[in-house]
Design a protein around this ligand. Sequence first.
Ligand SMILES: C[S@@+](CC[C@H](N)C(=O)[O-])C[C@H]1O[C@@H](n2cnc3c(N)ncnc32)[C@H](O)[C@@H]1O
Length: 338
Amino acid sequence: MAVEEDKKSSRNRTITLTEEEKEKYSKLLHVMEGPAALEEIENKTTNQDLFEVLDWLPRNCVDLLFLDPPYNLDKEFNRTVFKQRSTEAYLKWLETWFPKLLPTLKPNASVYFCGEWRSSTAIHLLLEKYLKVRNRITWEREKGRGALTNWKNCSEDIWFCTVGDEYTFNADAVKLKRRVIAPYRTESGRPKDWLETSEGNFRLTHPSNLWTDLTVPFWSMPENTDHPTQKPEKLLAKLILASTNPGDLVLDPFLGSGTTSVVAKKLGRRYIGIELDAYYCCLAEKRLALAEEDSSIQGYQDGVFWERNTLSMQRASQRGRRRKSAYAQRLRELGLDD
Ligand SMILES: C[S@@+](CC[C@H](N)C(=O)[O-])C[C@H]1O[C@@H](n2cnc3c(N)ncnc32)[C@H](O)[C@@H]1O
């Protein structure tokens, strides 16, 4: 048992903060004192209560607004607690802040709003009032406690809306690489709509509104922190790649451990993050610093999203690419490339 525990702790990659790191990263946090110009808060983590800064945010600049507020559940976020309430009372709470974020949006902006079944009714009613609701993505969380008298809760929603009818949607940037179960061939013997590779047979499929390829961060993943409701980087990568272009601006006013800002940075987008809790803000800053060295996103490689549990195949594909590029380099050195 002790050996198992040792093995686990040596593979535990959870991002934590030492006292020195807390001090160092808290110096990078921003505090608004009045209406802010975009340059003041861009590519920064603002450590404040959203309600305090709502009227100070710059207008007409955001391309993508990602909303992951406390769900309608009892939940502790470090020093604060969110209390579950009726659907009506949750909707009222959403109304106290959501409409005030709308002036930050550009006319062609997209909005994604996260929830689960208990929060979704209120979220849908809210969004219909102010935006064009385009879809509801449901994603499977593998984690979840089994229940004796109910169905195990293992799905969440992400509502997709836009301000207007013109908006960015890069479907080709968010294709899913799926293993082919029935590898049909054309009459001439060629693969029909799938790819034959040394790692196996795959098909690139269009993204649907049912996502089963996500893994909720856990202790052996390098993106993991001890934030209680951290979203997977892969989830944010899909939304950001689909609904923004490089250089666009992403706003997350409930930043938590920083996932949105980190993924925006890794994908060459600008970001604004707001978070009430100073400890979570410092985690976000540490992740942003780590992203300087490593911009990889687990599950997204070679411009495609991979199914769950394919890490060994992804590594093999990466090795294959490295071998190919080493070979091409050698040809170049010998003057044999054309
Ligand atoms: C569901 S979590 C977001 C998790 C985040 N998406 C991540 O990947 O880590 C909601 C966050 O909102 C923060 N929060 C709650 N009320 C807030 C407020 N009034 N202003 C700013 N942040 C708030 C909480 O501290 C918590 O970290």
